[in-house]
Write a protein that binds this ligand. Sequence first.
Ligand code: BTN
Length: 256
Amino acid sequence: MTTGAPSRALGHTIHRLGEVASTQVEAARLAAEGATEGTVVMSTHQSAGRGRRGREWLDAPGESLLMSIVLRPRIPPNLAPQLSLVAAVAVVDALTSAGVTATIRWPNDVMVGKRKICGMLPEAVTTRDGALGHVILGIGVNVNQCGFPAPIRTLATSMRIETGREHAVDGMLDAVLAALEGWYPRFVEEGLGALLPAWLERAQGIGSRARAADGREGVAVGLAEDGALLLRMDSGESVRVVAGEVTTEVAHAAGH
Ligand code: BTN
């Protein structure tokens, strides 16, 4: 079924699908066929949901918001990954409007405390001349799960677990699109710098000790204009973490 609000920049057309392998695949196919910016694909269940870093994204049928948006921003291709930071800000706002207080774990996991409630996956396609063709921005929100399978049991949470009540998946879709409609044009026009204060206000772990995937440890002091996490090392040196996962609130080893 296809619905949508024609007046809306994001979500003017919404393809509502049942089970698919991944909404990323469906949205990519539509984008290749010429789907315009703001076209959304959502599904009730993914049999091969994609997470970041080649991981899988698990859902229980009907209980998650599984959506992919076709975006065609006029930005250089190297800035496309920053869209996930933009989406993280928007999702935190959407969750707040539903009564869930969430924070962002760098770069783009949306968390309630130490448990993840939402993940983002921006997948960019460049044209033959190296320009950005489109980005498929995937967003998965745990909405009505009461529990999770073993691999993520202690790592994940849902809106229902956090609030003790069910939430309409469609309502969350609307809230995410409305919030993105506020932040996304600012990002395209002004760059990530314009969103840094908002990202920092919603972030967790700033001011805490943090360890990057390569083992470097320091205090997370902020976000650079390009989205890199800034760590101040014990030596006083400032380093940029651009990729990988960061563990915050690392216990400080005695003697260091
Ligand atoms: C992450 O690993 O944190 C990113 C998860 C992204 C999941 C969403 S669900 C909708 C869209 N379709 C996918 O296959 N993945 C994204």
